[in-house]
Ligand binder design. Structure first.
Ligand code: G3P
Length: 225
């Protein structure tokens, strides 16, 4: 399962990339707004950190297909071919998706709350489809189950598309999808750090050090004992 970071916080991206095996960075207009920086300025900075090979996800703003297509051209020109354009799964979005697919521009169907939205995006040629797990939960439905249904549709229909589940509140939601064979998830830095935030892990590591130092002396490691 691919793991992406859902943020435009430069320091958080640097820090997560330093410690975790990450595949890319996803953003949306609200995330860019939070950064307080000019959109292409912060996105270029992210591109520098993740390199040419890292996947970067950038969303269009236009509500009409023509505008979405124009934005998609600009996004890819400015940020490189490993940049995937996020297109909302609306009627206009599906029109834009078909044109982008014909032009071989990579895109992701976003703002997904139902499996039917994802089905249509996959059929339009989306590389990824992004259901919003936590937002669906907050509407009184089961976000993880919606994502599982989408994974089933992709697998059973043989679409060349991958689930990129988004909007997570906790690591349990991510784990459920990892167990189910999800293609990818994107989560905030806090949720990613939560994967290994566990007092038992820290205590085990401390105990090993104490025992070893009891044997060979304080500050000693396997490199100098
Ligand atoms: O980009 C969409 C998704 O990641 C939103 O997440 O946490 O704002 O629901 P959140």
């Amino acid at each position: 399962m691919k793991l992406c970071i859902d943020t435009a916080d430069i320091e958080a991206i640097r820090s997560i990339y330093k410690y975790y095996p990450v595949d890319g960075v996803s953003t949306n207009p609200s995330i860019l707004a939070k950064s307080g920086q000019a959109p292409y300025e912060v996105l270029r900075e992210i591109r520098k950190i993740i390199g040419e090979e890292g996947e970067l996800f950038v969303q269009v703003i236009s509500k009409k297909a023509e505008g979405m297509i124009e934005e998609a051209h600009h996004i890819v020109k400015e940020l490189g071919l490993r940049t995937l354009v996020k297109i909302p799964c609306t009627e206009e979005g599906y029109r834009a998706m078909q044109q982008l697919h014909a032009e071989q521009i990579r895109f992701i169907g976003t703002a997904i709350y139902t499996p039917m939205q994802a089905y249509l995006a996959a059929k339009c040629g989306a590389d990824y489809v992004a259901p919003y797990i936590n937002r669906i939960d907050n509407m009184g439905f089961d976000g993880v189950q919606v994502a599982k249904d989408i994974q089933d549709i992709i697998e059973n229909s043989g679409y060349d598309c991958s689930l990129l589940a988004a909007s997570f509140k906790n690591s349990q939601q991510v784990l459920e999808l990892a167990k189910y064979g999800a293609g990818a998830v994107t989560a905030s830095p806090d949720v990613i750090r939560g994967f290994v935030k566990n007092a038992a892990i820290d205590a085990a590591v401390e105990d090993f050090i104490t025992d070893f130092e009891g044997l060979v002396g304080p500050g000693k490691t396997m490199a100098n004992c």
